[in-house]
Ligand binder design. Sequence first.
Ligand SMILES: [Zn+2]
Ligand SMILES: [Zn+2]
Length: 265
Amino acid sequence: MNKITQCDCHLHTDNSFDSDTPAERLAERARELGIEYIAITDHCDILEWSDANIARSNAQAAWLNEQYDDLTVLRGIELGEPLQAPEQTAIALGLCEYDFILCSLHNIEGEEDFYFLHPDREKAQDLIGRYFDELLEIVRWNEFDSLAHFTYPLRYITGRDGVRVDMERYQPVITEILATLAANGKALEINTSGLRSPDGFLLPTVEYVRQFGELGGRFITLGSDAHVPEHMAVGMKEGIAAAKAAGFHAATVFIRRQPVEFPFE
Ligand SMILES: [Zn+2]
Ligand SMILES: [Zn+2]
């Protein structure tokens, strides 16, 4: 079988508030698809995380990893909004041994998740500016392995609501974020979930992946952000094509927080 991808490093189980998928189903699906590495990255949105869910997710990943010779299951979290409650973030990071910390920002400080917002163009420009400002603080903080779904607000503002925004005005802060990520030796995620909506696109689009490489970025992680087994690896072909077009030759998986590169076939 010509496999779609060697790895999918962004997956949710029923230990996330927005998924009903038992972890075993993800492992089964990965084996059906011939995927060798998956990272379970249940939500740890720091303002409303559950230590019981994170501990369970971690234990399930570790247990599943013992069950198969042809599949590695990595213990990850999707750590959301880490700087909005730093003491909680420290507790979450110390709770378990992790392979992979995927860092994300779904809602900027004092606002709801972009999923719930329907701003007009002017308001959207303000919100996106604040999103990048907070993201810059996060990459300077640096206690993670890969930055998830960069340009997340566009999934809803443009992809869902069709509001076109001027991205050029953010280029200085975007450059600063990507350069900091690169200098710190961290990874940028190519998140393929956007491709599952009608007018969707990769998060981020290939131009930002290319900028990351030009600024010295070395590591790319691939994530479908699947909340159901059927979405595993969906869009990976496009994600890998974007990585290659941007000048990357490998996908990276984090094992015990260390990058391991897998050259594209
Ligand atoms: Zn996310
Ligand atoms: Zn996610």
